[in-house]
Design a binder for this molecule. Structure first.
Ligand SMILES: Nc1ncnc2c1ncn2[C@@H]1O[C@H](COP(=O)(O)OP(=O)(O)OP(=O)(O)O)[C@@H](O)[C@H]1O
Ligand SMILES: O=c1[nH]c(=O)c2[nH+]cn([C@@H]3O[C@H](COP(=O)(O)O)[C@@H](O)[C@H]3O)c2[nH]1
Ligand SMILES: NC(=O)CC[C@H](N)C(=O)O
Ligand SMILES: [Mg+2]
Length: 520
């Protein structure tokens, strides 16, 4: 379990949609926060010595037999606890209160009524105005609070919206302070974290660099690290951070898998070779990857082959690099959290994200993942702090399997070349319109479909491409980007004019869910 010198707020995850958001909101206050499964014992928590504990919401109902319960010892640790939604409900029933499922459920907006009570002021609601907009999502409600608790806020449908037991340092809210639709939610969390828990705001990327550099040095010692470098944000930031710690004990391997964007290979080699002073091995494995993918159209099969090829190429490269002990990756916190569900149960595999290969179980190196407790926006901040160019730091994410999962159907060199041109025009037009920064990710796919067109009075029968641009916070959900029509118009006509082989352009207006961001 992670221990840190920073004041820490621990979020117990009861399976909420928003656990990550809670941790983010706390970190935005400059206070370190991490998420643990709700099954953690009071003793383990005591060892972590957090300044505060937050119970997340969750899909279960406390009235069911097997609903998740935290260790009851947590209430006696003397550490302030804030329960959110399910967190409030479970804290109430475990301390002698009652929760019921009334007829009127509450999903969406509500307005807070402050219950002023004699002689005391609510610490949780300090500075929050009467009528403040709240966002609710619950079927159950607390109807009787345990002894010692008072209700400091309510809504017409929910008498116990905010509950506090000052003496035992137990607090709860039925609404979701972590979502932006709760207008004063951040202020409520700040009251909890800063005032009630008395946390020091000492979490910054600057402090992170110092601690992490030390940690990497002590873990790695005099051994060697291989970092798969893609030129994307995560692996670049990871590489620069590790390089800062261990210098030339780090070797970066950049693989041209034949599925990179136009000019990408050259750009990455130039940028890292010239500016970063790191050891960079460039491996041209285009032929090997494309040979391995010959005749394969099924998306998961493609992903698995690409993943395996990556690891093979790394092993191969390592032969001439001396004794490698670690494989470094740019794994982020959401990757870690998503891969473990609170109940420990399996969740559906939507697609095998390759993260260097859907790594084999018997990987012969240890993993070094210095970003695994950071969110993407923190990684970007860290990159800036480490002196990476803004243009690199703010790049759109690009998946490891690259254009391979955007060439729908079989992947061939010819189709990849076509797609590279389409993709380059799309990104160029987005940049020209000044929209790159507004869009979370933009991509083009080549479809395994031909359509009839008329170009220069001649009949054409050519391939179809689709363009997709999305807005998102963390890639878990996404919405399609509303382009000014002129941008789509220019892009579409340039594609049909300049890319031989394509005579039709579609724009994808599917949100996630139901669509994923990539097509495969
Ligand atoms: N062409 C490549 N050569 C070497 N390693 C790669 C390549 N593509 C991906 N990887 C490895 O796979 C990991 C996962 O890729 P992913 O695309 O998630 O991250 P990234 O490229 O570092 O950042 P971003 O999400 O911003 O694109 C990378 O961190 C890197 O270690
Ligand atoms: O490194 C990666 N390896 C992969 O195999 C992979 N597949 C998808 N992505 C990226 O992840 C985000 C979510 O993608 P989906 O909505 O398509 O699942 C989007 O940003 C995708 O581009 C990948 N990144
Ligand atoms: N968002 C939540 O935490 C919901 C809690 C509980 N499942 C309810 O419906 O009341
Ligand atoms: Mg990438």
């Amino acid at each position: 379990m992670h221990t840190t010198q920073h004041d820490t707020v621990v979020v117990l995850d009861f399976g909420a949609q928003y656990s990550q958001l809670i941790a983010r909101r706390v970190r935005e206050q400059g206070v370190y926060s991490l998420i643990v499964p709700y099954t953690i014992s009071a003793q383990e928590l005591r060892k972590m010595a957090p300044v505060g504990i937050i119970f997340s919401g969750g899909p279960a109902s406390v009235s069911t037999e097997d609903s998740p319960r935290p260790d009851a010892g947590i209430y006696g640790l003397g550490i302030p606890v804030l329960g959110i939604c399910y967190g409030l409900q479970v804290m109430s029933v475990m301390n002698g209160g009652t929760v019921r499922r009334p007829d009127a459920r509450e999903y969406g907006f509500a307005h807070l009524h402050l219950n002023h009570f004699t002689g005391k002021t609510s610490r949780l609601l300090a500075g929050i105005p009467e009528g403040s907009q709240l966002w609710m999502s619950h079927g159950d409600s607390v109807v009787d609070l345990p002894t010692g608790f008072v209700t400091t806020g309510s809504t017409p449908n929910c008498p116990v919206t905010v509950a506090e037991n000052e003496a035992r340092r137990l607090y709860g809210v039925q609404f979701h302070p972590e979502v932006v639709h709760s207008t004063d939610g951040t202020a409520v969390l700040r009251n909890f974290v800063m005032d009630i828990c008395g946390a020091k705001a000492d979490w910054s990327m600057e402090s992170f660099i110092a601690t992490e550099v030390e940690r990497i040095r002590s873990v790695v010692g005099d051994r060697k690290v291989l970092c798969g470098l893609s030129g994307g944000v995560d692996s670049s930031v990871a590489a620069v951070l590790i390089h800062k710690a261990i210098g030339d004990q780090l070797v970066c391997v950049f693989v041209n898998n034949g599925m990179l964007r136009k000019n990408e290979a050259q750009n990455v080699v130039d940028l890292f070779g010239k500016h970063f002073n790191m050891r960079l091995e460039y491996v041209d494995a285009e032929t090997a990857f494309l040979d391995a993918l010959k005749g394969i159209a099924e998306p998961e099969a493609k992903r698995k082959i690409i993943g395996k090829m990556f690891v093979d190429v790394f092993y191969d490269a390592a032969r001439s690099l001396g004794d490698i002990s670690f494989l470094a990756q740019g794994t982020l916190y959401p990757d870690v959290i998503e891969s473990r569900s609170p109940s420990g149960g399996p969740s559906a595999t939507i697609k095998s994200h390759h993260n260097v290969g859907g790594l084999p179980d018997d990987l012969k190196w240890e993993l070094l993942e210095p970003l695994k407790e950071l969110f993407k926006d923190e990684v970007r901040q860290l990159g800036m702090e480490l002196g990476l160019a803004e243009e690199l730091v703010n790049r759109h994410p690009f998946p490891g399997p690259g254009l391979g999962v955007r060439c729908i159907g079989e992947v061939t060199k010819e189709r990849l070349d076509t797609l590279r041109e389409v993709d380059a025009i799309f990104v160029e037009e987005i940049r020209r319109a000044g929209l790159y920064g507004d869009i979370w990710q933009a991509l083009a796919c080549l479809l395994p479909v031909k359509s009839v067109g008329v170009q220069g009075d001649e009949r054409t029968y050519r391939e179809v491409c689709s363009l997709r641009a999305v807005t998102s916070q963390d890639a878990m959900t996404a919405d399609w980007y509303r382009f000014p029509p002129e941008v789509l118009q220019t892009t579409a006509s340039r594609i049909c004019n300049e890319v031989a082989g394509v005579n039709r352009v579609l724009y994808d207006i599917t949100s996630k869910p139901p669509g994923t961001i990539e097509w495969e």
